[in-house]
Design a binder for this molecule. Structure first.
Ligand code: ADP
Ligand code: MG
Ligand code: MG
Length: 956
């Protein structure tokens, strides 16, 4: 599964764009064909030969193999492979993806020489099957199937039963002694060919498929419910009516000549590579248009020959849970897509054992054989003709995150694959699914079917939460204090001062903001369920309501009403939906489930232990509270890479003195306020150090612009006036004075500590007092003090000096020392450019890639949503640079800084603490450039551990 959260947001946006521009872009890209053709052709061409255009399979062997996906497409390569390993595959041949390229290069014409190839291959098929293409007595029928390199299920078109006309249909009926079967095949063929090749589609989007309408009318006239209940003569009538409809609507006769049919069908498959559906799918899945599709022409086998015939689709393991059980469905007396199309309700695959026991047993053997051969869970398509089983397709099956982990781990236990292979196979983002609470599936289904879906937004914090709506963070906090545990904070947007209310809520939802907005970032750090950018919702804070217009009309949600948010899917649902916490959380965090009774947890733990053995990068967490630190350790943190001290100032009793400190107009007043903060901050550090038990803790000195801490309403101003003995006017004046044009680029970071060294001094004192106290109690502590936003060596010198002097003073007072280091963030380009100089003072570097990205691009993280959609559409960005490190620009600066820093200090410890630290692609980059560790939100640690292992495995 792709990274749920991320891909979703991108795909939502790209989807619209792709639909709009699909046609235009299609043309532009379609003609030009590139060097992405397989090496094989190049070799053949060099040797002066013409590239082989068709590859035969069947009769127990094949010219292709599963390795030839680029040339034969996934379906063709696997049909060849199945034939090679002795599975019953109807014979056929694959026309290569390169011919698709030739087709488009030649102005949508098939290459001349292909005709002879096709005739020769058909002749081989005729031999194996013992029937002749177009023979009125004993006709060979074929299917024409598309098959791209990457599987694009259902995106392109397939034509079945090709080769039928009035004469061959009669012959088929006579030879099989089954008229009903012959005309069932014929009517299917005419409808499919009419649709796919001749292009007879519904005229308006409200219209039904014209062939379906005729079929429905026929069933009504004959008084039957199911297609399979229509008798032969009715099916024969349908053939005539279908052809008449084609004549009426398109003014053309249905082609009778099998070779003309075949040519039309092959062209149609090539053209379907560029239909809107396929274009959209390719864009969403990053499949280049240049790849082209192969075409498979294969002898038909018939699942519609009566009660001893059937067709079905299966997975070799359950794709939802990953359980090692055969999972699938089948229909008796049916063909092709009937199973998926829901024409009749299919039966569970186990039931096949009762209906066709021999074929079922054979299918079970094939299931085993395929898994043993591919060493992967397979998705298979089969057909049974008069009791004989045929394999029509296999490919690696798509699966949920749960299933991905389970299958990988169990296949190692079964000795099918190595631990390394298991690590490679699990999509890191998929681990999210194992941590999040889930809605009880039946409950959610019921809610959505009941019309309770309110809106969709970006899934920023996966999981499921159901609770009462609260619109204000402070009220959420107050309610939580009274024991209310089910709260969903709903806001237009959130800000740092909401942090405690956010923590008090199960989840939160915003109308504004993207995947890297404040709410999204906090959600990941806290492991909360979160949906952002839900712009269908409008807030009226005064009325304490939010309103949304749905299909059911306007819905007004009031404070205290229940809503449910699904952070996997980005869905906001009205009312309650029951949830359950994940096993992993219950074992590791809530500690109310025994690991022995938690199979999901056990598999998770196993995979993580393999990842830990494979990775070189260390992992740390961004955490600033003792409970977050405990969670971090439970998730495998080997230290804290970023403790943001500013969040601490919003705690109980802290914001008051903080505000007093900010409005102070001289050092004496400031110190008085700071003295009140000192014990509170010391207590925070004490808790964090204790939780981290000797692991390194990187603490960043105060970073955000001061006005973020100031009161935003009159009541707050009055409180502050009272506590400082100033007038309300004076407070207002001071707030005015602190306003900045560009706070992000203003008086923040180390600039605060340089203008007010006493702030840094207080923070350093709190850190060292806590550290020494703990050391005296025999606990291990290792603080690393990190100075933010440094751009010149001198800035770091001054701040490091304050820290070191304070440390010395505390150690002298307490008569005890602890080891510590002082380092810096590298988060503005100038720091990266002068990293060598800075490393003379710095004992470590930590890349603050959020700010480094902002300052390198000159684009603020909070404003990126405005440009993101069009920048992605124009391929200016391939991904949001605030999600995945931009390797060229930002990454280039990082590489320079690593090189210069280590030239100065060869063992310089270097890490990353931006949000990128939990992004798999960025983790890989950090591995490549030789960082020592990545630091990310606690709940992303499993992802980082796995991504780090994958990076190490890739490098070897
Ligand atoms: P898709 O890529 O959309 O799955 P396929 O090419 O697999 O399309 O064809 C869809 C279905 O058509 C198959 O699952 C199978 O049931 C049926 N089909 C295709 N080729 C044959 C064949 N040679 N004989 C019988 N059925 C076939
Ligand atoms: Mg298929
Ligand atoms: Mg920063």
């Amino acid at each position: 599964m792709p990274s749920l959260a991320k891909t979703k947001s991108k795909s939502l946006k790209t989807k619209k764009v792709a639909l709009k521009n699909g046609h235009k872009n299609g043309h532009k890209n379609g003609i030009k064909v590139s060097a992405s053709l397989s090496g094989k052709t190049a070799v053949l061409k060099k040797a002066g030969k013409v590239a082989k255009r068709t590859f035969f399979f069947g009769g127990g062997k094949a010219e292709g193999t599963k390795e030839m996906k680029n040339l034969l497409g996934g379906k063709g390569a696997n049909l060849a492979e199945m034939a090679n390993i002795g599975l019953p595959v109807p014979p056929g041949f694959t026309i290569t993806t390169e011919v698709c390229t030739e087709f488009y290069e030649g102005g949508k014409k098939l290459p001349k020489a292909l005709g002879d190839d096709i005739r020769a291959q058909i002749a081989r098929m005729e031999k194996v099957v013992g029937a002749k293409f177009g023979d009125p007595k004993n006709p060979l029928l074929v299917s024409v199937r598309s098959g791209a390199r990457a599987s694009m299920p259902g995106m392109m078109d397939t034509i079945l039963n090709l080769g039928l006309n009035d004469k061959t249909a009669e012959g088929l009926a006579a030879k099989s002694g089954n008229e009903r079967f012959a005309y069932d095949s014929y009517r299917r063929f005419v409808a499919m060919y009419g649709d796919v090749v001749l292009g007879l589609k519904p005229e308006k989007k409200e219209d039904h498929d014209p062939f379906d309408e005729i079929l429905a009318a026929k069933k009504k006239a004959r008084g039957v419910k199911l297609d399979s209940d229509l008798p032969a003569d009715a099916l024969k009538e349908l053939v005539g009516e279908f052809k008449a409809e084609i004549k009426k609507r398109l003014g053309m006769d249905f082609p009778n000549d099998p070779y003309a049919q075949l040519e039309g069908a092959i062209k149609a498959v090539f053209q379907s590579w560029r239909n809107d559906r396929a274009d959209l799918y390719r864009r969403l899945n990053n499949i280049p248009v240049e790849w082209g599709t192969a075409v498979n022409v294969q002898a038909m086998v018939f699942g519609n020959k009566g009660a001893d015939s059937a067709t079905g689709v299966c997975f070799t393991r359950d794709p939802a849970s990953g359980e090692n059980v055969f999972y699938g469905e089948f229909l008796v007396n049916a063909q092709g897509e009937d199973v998926v199309a829901g024409i009749r309700t299919p039966e569970k695959i186990e039931a096949l054992g009762n209906v066709l026991p021999k074929a079922y047993k054979q299918l079970l053997d094939i299931r085993k054989k395929l898994e043993k051969h591919y060493k992967e869970m397979q998705d298979i398509e089969f057909t049974i003709e008069n009791g004989t089983l045929y394999m029509l397709q296999c490919r690696n099956g798509k699966r949920t995150g749960f299933a991905g982990v389970r299958i990988a781990v169990e296949m190692v236990d079964e000795k099918l694959i190595s631990k390394e292979e298991a690590l490679r196979r699990v999509e890191p983002e998929a681990l999210n699914q194992l941590l999040r609470p889930v809605f009880l599936p039946a409950a959610k289904k019921q809610a959505i079917e009941g019309g309770r879906l309110l809106a969709k937004g970006l899934p920023a914090g996966p999981g499921a939460a159901t609770g009462k709506v609260v619109f204000f963070a402070d009220e959420a906090e107050a309610l939580a204090a009274k024991g209310e545990t089910n709260l969903i904070l709903c806001r237009h947007e959130t800000s740092p001062e909401d942090i405690r209310g956010m923590n008090a809520s199960l989840g939160f939802m915003t109308a504004f903001g993207g995947m890297t907005s404040h709410a999204a970032l906090v959600a990941r750090q806290m492991g909360k369920v979160c949906i952002v950018g839900c712009d269908a919702l409008s807030f009226d804070y005064h009325a304490r309501t939010m309103t949304v217009t749905t299909a059911q009309g306007e819905v007004v949600v009031k404070e205290g009403d229940w809503i449910s948010i699904d952070g996997f899917a980005g869905e906001v649902i009205n009312g309650r939906v029951d949830t359950t916490p994940s096993e992993v959380i219950r074992v590791l965090i809530e500690k109310n489930l025994d690991a022995k009774e938690a199979p999901v947890y056990q598999r998770y733990a196993k995979l993580m232990s393999w990842a830990d053995a494979a990775r070189r990068l260390r992992v740390r967490a961004n955490a600033d509270q003792p409970d977050q630190s405990e969670a971090a350790v439970a998730f495998g943190a080997e230290g804290i890479g970023l403790c943001r001290t500013e969040h601490m100032f919003f705690g109980e009793g802290k914001i008051g003195p903080m505000r007093e400190m900010i409005v102070a107009e001289n050092e004496t007043d400031r110190r008085a306020a700071l003295a009140k903060l000192l014990p509170l901050q010391r207590e925070d550090f004490h808790g964090i150090f204790k939780a981290m038990a000797g692991r390194p803790v990187t603490i960043r000195t105060l970073d955000p612009p001061l006005h973020e801490f100031l009161p935003h309403d009159e009541a707050g101003v009055k409180d502050l006036a009272r506590s400082t003995g100033k007038s309300v006017e004076e407070i207002h004046a001071r707030i005015e004075e602190l306003k900045e044009s560009n706070p992000m680029l203003g008086h923040r970071g180390c600039r605060l500590g340089i203008t007010y060294p006493e702030i840094t001094e207080m923070q350093a004192r709190a850190i060292f007092e806590a550290a020494v106290d703990l050391a005296s109690e025999g606990e291990k502590v290792f603080p690393e003090i990190m100075i933010p936003l440094v751009g010149t060596k001198k800035e770091l010198d001054l701040q490091a000096d304050v820290v070191r002097k304070t440390a010395a003073a505390v150690f002298a007072e307490k008569g005890k020392k602890v080891a510590y280091t002082v380092g810096t963030m590298i988060e503005v380009p100038r720091a990266a450019m002068t990293a060598g100089e800075i490393a003379q003072t710095a004992e470590f570097f930590s890349f603050g890639t959020n700010d480094l990205t902002q300052t390198t691009y000159g684009l603020s993280r909070d404003d990126v949503p405005r440009v993101l959609a069009s920048y992605l559409q124009h391929d200016i960005y391939t991904v949001d640079p605030f999600v995945s490190v931009d390797r060229k620009g930002v990454g280039g600066l990082m590489k320079m800084a690593v090189a210069a820093g280590r030239a100065e200090k060869p063992k310089l410890k270097i890490g990353i603490c931006g949000e990128h630290g939990g992004d798999p692609s960025s983790v890989e980059f950090c591995h490549e450039i030789g960082l020592d560790y990545v630091s990310c939100s606690p709940y992303r640690l499993p992802i980082a551990r796995l991504a780090a292992a994958q990076a190490a495995l890739k490098a070897t």
